[in-house]
Design a protein around this ligand. Structure first.
Ligand code: 5RP
Length: 262
């Protein structure tokens, strides 16, 4: 079944599988959102089922909560957990300092709260997410629906004084209606091209009335595990300053792939 996966899905899978090695018995684990994080949840579900791994998971979206329950992971709220040992999540972009753009899946608010409440955050990603400068991926900014067009105008005006290439903000849609986040908010996608100063951008965005949170994760990620379509894995640790290389061979009869095909 793994043979039918695209190279990008294989890359996501190997990154997720390697990240699962960092999860230990008794941990409270933040569970990210998106297709790469979904692989991680499936891997952890398998470890719970087959190896008796005992963890409690705090999901970052209703989608992830549903998947986690489906695969047998005990799900608790962040308020029940209070603090987490580890969060593992995907990303839309990461740079050399392991700063991130997240929110392509619309879950950036819960993702940032959960990652920040963790001893450690590991990002799992295919190599296509690695960038020199953040910003080619549109920066998601969560805004409250009240007066969103005024907020959009304010955001675009503020961008005039920022070090970016583009200044267009678009409302994320879901079919013919605005995309609604799990918290009942809207998302503006900022088409910036390149963000010269991500730290400043993150601070400035969050100062605007109507903005709830932005998708820049600055100094939050500790490690990134990069997967390649041929099974290679690269592990970068920003705190240790180390880079490790590894390889993971597929087991094609793996239940994970069978489940996915259903
Ligand atoms: C969701 C996210 C995701 O982690 C990000 O969009 C990456 O998704 P994928 O793993 O599907 O490429 O931030 O809000």
């Amino acid at each position: 079944m793994a043979g039918e996966l695209s190279p990008i899905d294989k890359a996501k899978f190997v990154a997720a599988k390697r990240a699962a090695d960092f999860v230990e018995d008794g941990m409270r684990v933040g569970l990210g959102t998106g297709s790469t994080a979904a692989w991680l949840v499936r891997c952890l579900g398998e470890m719970v089922r087959d190896d008796g791994l005992k963890i409690r998971g705090v999901p970052t979206s209703t989608r992830t909560a549903e998947l986690a329950r489906d695969v047998g992971i005990e799900v608790i709220s962040l308020d029940e957990a209070r603090w987490l040992d580890l969060t593992i999540d995907g990303a839309d972009e990461f740079d050399g300092d392991l700063n991130l753009i997240k929110g392509g899946g619309g879950a950036l608010l819960q993702e940032k709260i959960v990652a920040t409440a963790s001893d450690q955050m590991i990002v799992i990603a295919d190599v296509g997410k690695a960038v020199e400068n953040l910003g080619a991926f549109p920066l998601p900014v969560e805004v409250i629906p009240f007066g969103w067009q005024t907020t959009q105008a304010l955001v675009e005006e503020t961008l005039i004084s920022m070090d970016v290439l583009g200044r267009n903000a678009t409302l994320r849609m879901n079919g013919g209606a605005p995309f609604i986040t799990d918290e009942g908010n809207y998302i503006l996608d900022l088409h910036l091209g390149r963000i010269g100063n991500p730290r400043q951008m993150a601070l400035v965005m969050n100062q605007m009335p109507g903005v709830v949170e932005n998708g820049l994760f600055i100094d939050i990620c500790d490690k990134v595990i990069i997967g390649y379509g041929d099974g290679r894995i690269e592990l970068r640790d920003i705190n240790e300053g180390t880079v490790e290389h590894d390889r993971l061979d597929f087991v094609e009869s793996d239940n994970l792939f069978t489940d996915l095909a259903e």
